[in-house]
Design a protein around this ligand. Structure first.
Ligand code: PCA
Length: 330
């Protein structure tokens, strides 16, 4: 008897608590790999804030910047396994899992923001299918600025890069090293400053944004603006965690994600010029690559595209066909 009344009381109390919303708060951890001041991370912080506001504090997302919670290559696995509910990854890092991710590292397929966006749109259905099969859902993706070459040495053709210590951040950037005869070393951005300071690397391909964030100008003075491709960061959520949210919270997340995506692409493009100015101010020379360097690099891109087409088969061909359709529209 005594026992039953306690049970009733507990039940009534929890119903009351649930009704007032105090039991309904959800907390998510969001591991990210880039510094808090990077434009992707700032965008994530705003995204989290907007969700907090829109849900009246029901969903709280904590952004863990600079690979402080998980290292860059571990973030995807952490979200898949539910160790983190949401996370930001660099799609190209997962090229070995599927050609759909590898597409994000193919040089000279899409070299400006307009084309990069079209390639993203064309790849999104295949990407969504792949992610769903892995228990994940993409909330949004944003391009990095175009990729160019940072080098200690002045470079007029890829022959000048032969034998050089080259930092790679993805399978594709390691493949480029292999094709040009450089020596690749896998280093994520969070460890890049130290690798340069200790002389572990003397060149790498990335964006002016990363060049600035990692103070590359302190050891490397040349940047060749090859505008080879624009890899993307993507914000992924664990499907179970997302499905556990009520409908109103889900739509608040989706809405904030759509806004973050538009804001992110715009900021990325606008900041490209600003980062060039900042790097120049710090003593870096932004070079227009020589015609020879460009044709050499384009050859590398053509080889990598052929490999990608072989690996991706009919699914890849459909993406490229959609991409070309979007480009023809103008
Ligand atoms: N910066 C990241 C990936 C692409 C980019 O522009 C990096 O260098 O690690």
């Amino acid at each position: 008897m005594q026992r039953r009344s306690v049970t009733h009381f507990t039940l009534a109390a929890s119903l009351l608590l649930a009704a007032s919303g105090t039991l309904a708060q959800t907390k998510w951890d969001l591991p990210a790999a880039y510094p808090a001041t990077n434009f992707h991370t700032e965008n994530l912080t705003q995204f989290a804030k907007e969700i907090d506001t829109a849900t009246g504090g029901k969903l709280k997302i904590t952004v863990h910047a600079n690979a402080s919670l998980f290292k860059a290559p571990e973030i995807k696995r952490a979200v898949q396994s539910g160790q983190a509910q949401i996370g930001e990854i660099l799609l190209a890092n997962f090229a070995n899992e599927s050609p759909i991710y590898a597409l994000d590292g193919v040089p000279f397929l899409a070299t400006g923001y307009g084309d990069a966006r079209k390639l993203y749109d064309a790849s999104r259905p295949a990407m969504d299918k792949l992610l769903a099969a892995q228990g994940l859902k993409m909330l949004y993706a944003v391009a990095w600025p175009p990729q160019g070459i940072f080098s200690k040495r002045e470079v007029t053709s890829v022959a000048d890069l032969r034998g050089i210590k080259w930092r790679a951040y993805s399978p594709a950037t390691a493949k480029i090293a292999e094709l040009i005869g450089a020596q690749p070393v896998q280093i994520q951005q969070a460890e890049l400053s130290q690798a340069m300071a200790t002389g572990v690397i003397e060149s790498y391909m990335s964006s002016v944004s990363t060049g600035y964030d990692t103070k590359t100008y302190e050891s490397i003075k040349n940047y060749y603006d090859t505008q080879a491709w624009l890899p993307k960061n993507a914000v992924l959520v664990n499907l179970k965690s997302f499905n556990a949210l009520d409908a109103a919270t889900q739509s608040a997340v989706t809405k904030a994600a759509a806004d973050a995506q538009e804001r992110g692409w715009k900021t990325s493009q606008e900041k490209t010029e600003e980062y060039k100015r900042l790097l120049t101010g710090k003593g870096m020379t932004i070079h227009k690559p020589s015609a020879k360097l460009m044709t050499d690099m384009q050859q590398v891109g053509a080889l990598m595209l052929t490999d990608w087409q072989k690996a991706s088969g009919a699914e890849g061909a459909a993406i490229i066909a959609d991409y070309n359709k979007l480009r023809a529209k103008k």
